[in-house]
Write a protein that binds this ligand. Structure first.
Ligand code: ATP
Ligand code: MG
Length: 339
């Protein structure tokens, strides 16, 4: 490892790129000499990507990389209180999507990956996605997956911090958030979008909300970052009419059908053997959300581990379903299952 004094000097050189680069280069050479070749190579790549000689890239937008999460600009920007920044972990292999959703995601991902080709022809690139549907069906997970597939950081707006009781403050918070997000390649995720984009014609809504929605519409129109804007809601009927056409695609999520439950179980039990056919439990999970199915499966897996079994039994699974049914009975009483 680098010596303590080298690290101290490195931190103290913040703001002076040439000095920072020289000290970092010395650390890399030392690691190389000690035989830590992969580490030295990785550090060299990081240095080259983030710090150019004579240029303070800390205040200059640069190429896309979740590594940007930790640059020093981020640490001091006041907009930080309005977002959570995450390095996305889960990709397309970890999500079950309907054909419609998969087609929309594939199209967006392809246009984003080949954005330069499209822009050369004067075309705009798909970059705005609205996700609707009930809880636990993959809206938030989709934002993570898209960020992961594009190798971009995921910026999730903190809706509670955005919305202020002070007159005019919510619109200015939104402006700060959008300014922040357009300065770097990222996926900007606006969860609970209905709280920001509620219909302006709702009789109970006051002028402040109208102002917020008007500003939001303008900001979405102007969002031209090298990244993606994703909004999600489970109250789509309350959204303002003018919101819908601002998005390139609207994707509807719902509780999984039998085939989707089967695919989800295969993912969940990828690393855990079961001593029964997963297909036999599919009908018992009709009307459950993906989040419910995940909870049931994890409960069954935990039981089998705690009971020191070699595999999950159908009895473990049935017990887990029973306890989940008790938890969410009110919602599923009026369910509209698609099996
Ligand atoms: N389509 C899916 N495929 C695989 N796993 C899923 C899917 N949907 C949900 N899950 C699992 O359930 C968890 C919760 O789902 P998620 O947060 O995406 O729901 P949501 O639609 O955003 O719900 P809410 O409206 O409550 O915010 C996910 O982190 C994931 O583990
Ligand atoms: Mg969510």
């Amino acid at each position: 490892m680098a010596k303590a004094d080298q690290l101290k000097r490195l931190i103290a050189s913040y703001g002076r790129p040439d000095e920072f680069r020289a000290i970092a280069t010395k650390i890399i050479e030392d690691e190389h000499r000690k035989g830590h070749i992969p580490l030295a190579a990785a550090l060299r790549r990081t240095l080259d990507a983030h710090v150019r000689a004579g240029v303070d890239t800390l205040t200059t937008p640069r190429s896309s990389s979740p590594g940007g999460l930790v640059n020093a600009e981020n640490l001091t920007d006041p907009a930080l209180e309005l977002v959570d920044i995450l390095e996305p972990k889960r990709g397309l292999a970890e999500i079950v999507l309907s054909q419609e959703a998969r087609a929309a995601f594939d199209r967006l991902l392809e246009e984003q990956r080949r954005a330069d080709e499209l822009r050369r022809h004067g075309l705009t690139v798909r970059s705005k996605l609205l996700l609707c549907g009930p809880p636990g069906c993959g809206k938030t997970l989709s934002a993570e997956v898209i960020a992961r597939e594009l190798d971009l950081p995921l910026l999730t707006a903190k809706t509670d911090m955005l919305i202020s009781s002070l007159l005019g403050q919510t619109a200015s918070n939104l402006r700060r958030l959008f300014d922040y997000a357009t300065r770097r390649p990222c996926v900007l995720f606006l969860d609970e979008f209905d709280a920001l984009a509620r219909s302006r014609t709702d009789s109970g809504e006051h002028n402040e909300l109208r102002r917020v929605v008007n500003s939001l519409l303008g900001m979405i129109d102007r969002f031209k970052s090298r990244g993606v804007l994703i909004a999600a809601t489970n109250l789509e009927t309350t959204l303002d009419d003018a919101i819908w056409r601002r998005f390139d695609d609207v994707v509807h999520f719902s509780t999984p059908c039998a085939e989707e439950i089967g695919r989800h179980l295969s993912i969940l039990f990828k690393n855990f053997p079961v001593n029964f056919q997963l297909a036999t439990v599919v009908p018992k999970l009709a009307g459950f959300s993906y989040a419910d199915i995940e909870r049931v499966s994890q409960d069954a897996i935990k039981t089998s581990i705690l009971k020191k079994r070699k595999s999950v039994t159908e009895t473990d699974f049935a017990a887990a379903i029973k306890s989940q049914t008790g938890r969410s009975a009110p919602r599923r009483r009026d369910r509209n299952s698609r099996t």
